[in-house]
Design a protein around this ligand. Structure first.
Ligand SMILES: [Zn+2]
Length: 301
């Protein structure tokens, strides 16, 4: 589901809904799963710090989806467009090198309304990544709360990086609405994954250098757009002659979509680990605090 009515729903109701039905990219449980894998694949200088905080980070990796549900706004407006870039909706030829990578030039070329409608994911990643670099530097200076902030920003950044790996976050036909395949968004990124989690074979997490995080996100979106047709084809073949999206449908869908879903889940986990590592490296690879809290000082009598 991309657009959600916000109205006057309370957070309690929203949380209930979220538990029943994942609201967007990868589904909430899949976000948690990818994030946990990413943290376990971090390099030695970061891994102890992040594993100590993994429960917190994994839980908060879904927060940006909850922000869109409750209608929180960021500096550039609604939260919703921060989660995608429909790169095929800009009337540019593949591989979309004509889409400006600079936000001001992007807005100048397509107008603010269209720019926001098509999405802002690469620039949102750039923004959160910049904050994380600053926070790693603060942690190195021993500033209070910097470690907690780094953990939280890493959770948020993980979410957006994971979204960038969902092919349907890169296209106008994000839910099969243009090809009479409604619901494909959730069938692919959530139901297919959760039904087959035990048998999906994911390549182990690897760390790649990321000199330009925005360019990295654009690259993943362009790749994602190119993968969409194969997923739509697999869905069509699986649904042929069937009345319901039942076990037989999902078994057939898996046969067609397995290579794509395994590849993108693995790339998402490696992408998250690589981007967090890149931010830490840009901050000078400060030593991160680990270990149990300092025992309380003795009170002199
Ligand atoms: Zn999202």
């Amino acid at each position: 589901m991309r657009k959600l009515a916000t109205g006057c729903v309370t957070l309690a109701i929203v949380m209930g809904l979220a538990a029943q039905e994942p609201v967007s990219a990868w589904g909430l449980d899949v976000h948690r799963w990818i994030t946990q894998r990413a943290l376990e694949g971090l390099p030695a200088g970061l891994k102890p710090f992040f594993l100590e905080r993994s429960a917190f980070i994994v839980e908060h990796a879904v927060d940006p989806d909850l922000w869109r549900v409750v209608g929180l706004k960021s500096d550039r407006g609604d939260e919703d467009p921060n989660h995608f870039l429909d790169i095929d909706g800009l009337d540019e030829p593949r591989p979309f090198t004509n889409v400006p990578r600079d936000w001001d030039r992007y807005v100048a070329k397509y107008g603010l309304e269209r720019a926001n409608k098509m999405g802002r994911l690469p620039w949102r990643v750039e923004e959160v990544y910049g904050r994380l670099v600053t926070t790693f530097r603060d942690a190195a200076k021993g500033q209070g709360y910097a470690g907690d902030n780094a953990a939280y920003l890493s959770a948020v950044l993980a979410h957006y990086i994971e979204d960038a790996h969902v092919p349907f976050h890169a296209v106008l036909n994000y839910d099969g609405q243009a090809t009479n395949q409604r619901g494909i968004h959730s069938r692919f990124e959530s139901q297919l994954v959760l039904r087959n989690r035990a048998t999906l074979k994911l390549a182990r997490v690897t760390i790649q250098p990321i000199p330009d995080v925005k360019a990295f996100v654009f690259q993943r979106l362009v790749e994602g757009e190119a993968l969409v047709q194969s997923i739509l084809d697999a869905d069509l073949a699986a649904a042929k002659g069937r009345e319901f999206y039942d076990d037989v449908y999902f078994a057939t869908f898996l046969k067609g979509a397995r290579p794509v879903v395994e590849r993108r889940l693995a790339e998402a986990a490696s992408g998250v680990a690589s981007v967090i590592t890149a931010a830490w490296t840009e901050a000078g690879q400060p030593p991160m605090p680990t270990g149990k809290l300092t025992p309380p000082a003795r009170i002199r009598r």
